[in-house]
Design a protein around this ligand. Sequence first.
Ligand SMILES: [Zn+2]
Length: 315
Amino acid sequence: MRTAGGQASSSALLARRSFADMVANAPQPIPVVEIPLRPLKVLDGEIFSFSKDEITKSAEPFIFSLVLKFLRNRPSLDDIRSCIRRRWGLVDQPVVSSMAASRSMFVRFANEGDFKMAISRESCEMRGVPYRAFHWSTDYTDETESPVVPVWISLPGLPPNMFHESFLENITLPIGKYVRSDNCTRCATRTDAARICVEMNANMDPIESIWIGVPHQKGSRLQKVIYENLPAYCRLCKTQGHNISKSRKAGGQDGKNINLVGNKARNRRMYKEKDLTEEEPGQLMALEMDKGKELISSVQVENRLSIEEIEEGEL
Ligand SMILES: [Zn+2]
């Protein structure tokens, strides 16, 4: 289907659309959430409208929603819808709408599976404009960014009998909320590592290893965790992109989060990735996190092939 910017007139387009298409694309009212009409609530002399429970209830139709916050001027609504339709591989097309903040888009998914596919996407750009994806909640504000972010982790050497979804969900519980594993893990076609996307708090020190089985017992395993794209998060500015030691608010010299080592890794990886994926060029951010005196760099990668090329010393 053409976008509104296309050459064909709208009447010609309408003529070519089937009735089923038109019904499928017609905006639908949001599901009804009802609360009773009751007397005003007053607390310490102040009138308020809704309890926390009622606010949570009001959000039910929107639990599978994302905010895409573009880092530069965003593509048009039609371009964004078209990108999602062509590249995201969803079962149902989500409702995409603009928000008060001009660079942000609200994307409401019809089902959990589509939502998980969208939030775990490794290529976060449209028409060359990068974006950050946030799981929408009633706490969402455009000024402050949530530290809870989708992160791809790799569990190197995890035995394939642990690749069941319910096992992976349990293994990753201390790290964050399980979103999904990649195809190779789901089908156990690559058994050098399991790859899993979790929603985790970038504000916390990342867990480096997890015991599988009873600690220090024969047959148990201390499983290493590699974070592929953990963004830096600043508690002072409440935004992603730099950490507290680089924060201007804390008197840091440089607001950016990429150190020299990170930049080297970044350039090298971008060059390699260009050969690997034509359609969706990889986004790469070398990020540093403070963890005691230790400096950890993590690299966002586009696909599995690239990960193999990283030497352990680089991570
Ligand atoms: Zn800051």
